[in-house]
Write a protein that binds this ligand. Sequence first.
Ligand code: HEC
Ligand code: HEC
Length: 161
Amino acid sequence: MRSYMLVALAALPCLVPALLSAQGTGPARVDSPFRPPVQFTDEAPAPQIPADVTNDRRVARNYPDQPPVIPHNIRDYQVSLNNNQCLTCHSRKYVEGSQAPMISITHYIDRDGQTLGAVAPRRYFCTQCHVPQTTAQPLVPNTFQDVDSLITRPSDGGDRK
Ligand code: HEC
Ligand code: HEC
């Protein structure tokens, strides 16, 4: 009995495509915004890698606590145990020469709420939170609404005080 089931299971991968094409349309098309419209047996050419946005224009944050996105190239900027290239421009010491915005005070506060003299370990790996942008278009529509537009929305009759 057991070995019979094993054989049936092993045959499944071969049976599924056969069953699908038996419906007359061949392997099913996967309609998903995350995949190109190809059959899963096709080998589609790789899509172009979208260009980085490196126009040096600081981008408005979607909410005050958002880590601002990076408006410049960061290729080959090393962040390692011995070297943090982001800090060679963004640390307090160097902003006069680089004219980069200084990391804010929150970057000096450790997890116990102590303000340190240098960047706190939990803020050392900058790209954990700060990311560059590309020209890629969103795969699904984005319905995000800025908090300002929510605050100024005409009253919805709720008993907000
Ligand atoms: C050569 C100097 C330099 C280096 C190195 C550098 N930056 Fe910058 N960064 C700047 C300058 C100058 C700006 C201001 C906007 C501009 O000119 O691009 C900036 C802007 C930013 C901003 C936007 C701040 C805001 O308020 O909008 C972020 C975030 C940022 N950088 C993160 C990083 C990270 C992370 C790294 C390391 C991977 C890094 N930067 C390396 C010079 C630098
Ligand atoms: C754990 C997440 C996190 C890490 C790691 C981190 N940041 Fe930030 N960063 C933030 C957040 C959140 C903000 C916006 C609110 C604030 O200032 O704390 C910010 C703000 C900034 C700003 C804008 C400051 C201002 O006053 O406009 C700069 C520049 C910046 N970060 C650079 C860096 C650099 C360089 C590193 C690496 C040494 C780094 N950050 C690491 C979360 C992070």
